[in-house]
Ligand binder design. Structure first.
Ligand code: ASP
Length: 456
């Protein structure tokens, strides 16, 4: 087996980048602009306009109708028209009719949801391969799962490497692979990101380019801060913190394969290919890089938390207090987010959906376990994370955050700074959440605060 050359870039295109023929043309221009862009991972055609329906969703509909014994020919017909229209507009003779007939047959025989959904990427991969003149590699032959639907990393790497060693360029559809008996299995939604990452690792790519419809990862949610700035460079760790707190960028499982191999991810915009996008790198390379320009990298957050407030005189002297409280949560299958405490008080922040329906039992069990002076629930709490590797070597970051909130007369209910000094998490009332994000954004991105006093 010859070693795959290192000078390759893996390019993954999301559904909106392949929603119609015009988008396909942009994709081809991007791929042909650099000969290193040799391995291409497409999603299924996505939305062309706000109320449009993704091909993947239409395929799920077909499967559901089929499983209910209902007619799905109309939806399947719409899927056919979408592929045919793209092919026709690109001047290709590609016709999905025979494949769709086979899919219809399988659906009537009781094919799974995964099989149905995967066909969007499968057909789009064939169409794109035809358009680019690249070989098509079926993901079912190279992405391996076990019988429980868990990805088999070693097998997948071996299959991909063997297959791609003799294939200098290829289109490999995203989102799916196959189990031990050849049955089709998909990742969770948005999983083409994972396929791209696996291919990048297998070919030891120089970079994994993830092409989408935004010009990179934004400092914060553009629905809260209009025209939020793009982050130039972010570390995997920072991205994980922001994603956990609600920023939607990449599928969670897409980070691990490339991170372990030291391959950077570049988020790029198909509709603005000249923009450099966001580079996602490991912490070491980011530190030696030029800084982002701001002390913080991003702000994200979520609503929908509640606090269990426990108070008991001399709590600090009572051995095992914390363990007993946490045991109650563990026994009830409730995981917690944060646990700020005082000498005689302890607060546990949990997601509302975790505790829903179990509130009374949780409180009565805690009362029984530790006999507190008081124990009550407080609803309507938001968590906001200010994330940035720059904080570690910058003094005054917390002062700036809380000054911004104080000026807005926003009450802070909880503060938690991780030991890595990568983030500061703040608990707020739901009603203050958006304003808090805007104020912190302004403080770090828009204000002329003198950074030199805070640099160590
Ligand atoms: N087409 C699939 C979805 O809509 C997978 C993907 O786009 O990554 O979730």
């Amino acid at each position: 087996m010859s070693e795959v050359q290192r000078t390759s870039k893996v390019v993954k295109f999301g559904g909106s980048s392949l929603a119609d023929a015009n988008q396909f043309k942009k994709v081809k221009a991007i791929i042909t602009a650099e000969p290193e862009r040799r391995y291409v991972v497409p999603s299924a055609p996505g939305k062309r306009f706000a109320n449009d329906i993704k091909i993947t969703d239409m395929l799920y509909t077909c499967q559901r109708l089929a499983s209910e014994g209902k007619d799905f020919s109309e939806t399947l017909g719409q899927i056919r028209s979408r592929y045919l229209e793209i092919a026709k507009d690109l001047g290709l003779s590609f016709d999905p009719t025979d494949e769709l007939d086979r899919i219809a047959f399988r659906l009537k025989e009781g094919a799974t949801k995964d099989f149905a959904a995967s066909r969007g990427e499968y057909l789009n991969g064939m169409l794109l391969a035809d358009y680019l003149g690249f070989p098509f590699v079926d993901a079912a032959d190279v992405i391996c799962f076990n019988e429980n639907g868990k990805l088999l990393m070693t097998e997948t790497m071996m299959s991909l490497r063997t297959k791609l060693a003799d294939t200098p360029c290829a289109v490999i559809p995203g989102f799916y692979g196959a189990g031990p008996n050849g049955e089709i299995i998909t990742f969770s939604r948005g999983g083409s990101d994972v396929t791209g990452s696996l291919v990048a690792r297998a070919v030891r790519a120089e970079i994994y380019e993830n092409w989408t419809d935004v010009s990179g990862v934004l400092v914060t949610d553009p629905r809260i801060v209009k025209d939020a700035a793009v982050i130039n460079t972010i570390t995997y760790e920072e991205l994980r913190e922001l994603s956990y707190m609600g920023a939607t960028v990449l599928h969670e499982d897409a980070i691990f394969p490339v991170r372990a191999a030291g391959i950077p991810i570049n988020i790029r915009n198909t509709n603005e290919p000249s923009a450099p996008g966001t580079l996602i790198v490991s912490g070491d390379s980011a530190d030696s890089d030029a800084q982002t320009g701001y002390t913080i990298t991003g702000i994200a957050g979520k609503k929908g938390f509640c606090a269990i407030n426990i108070q008991k005189a001399m709590m600090n002297a009572e051995l095992g207090f914390c363990r007993k409280v946490l045991s109650v949560l563990e026994e009830m299958g409730i995981s917690f987010e944060h646990m700020p405490s005082g000498i005689d008080t302890m607060t546990i922040i949990v997601a509302e959906e975790m505790i829903k329906g179990k509130e009374k039992t949780v409180l009565s069990r805690i009362r029984k376990a530790v006999e507190p002076d008081s124990c009550e629930l407080e609803h309507g709490i938001s968590l906001l994370a200010v994330v940035g590797r720059g904080m570690r070597r910058t003094r005054g970051t917390a002062a700036r955050i809380f000054a911004a909130l104080a000026h807005a007369r926003i009450n802070v209910k909880m503060i938690d700074q991780g030991s890595s000094e990568l983030n500061i998490i703040i608990g707020l009332l739901d009603g203050d959440f958006e304003e808090a994000v805007r104020r912190i954004y302004d403080m770090f991105v828009n204000s002329a605060w003198n950074e030199s006093i805070s640099e160590s």
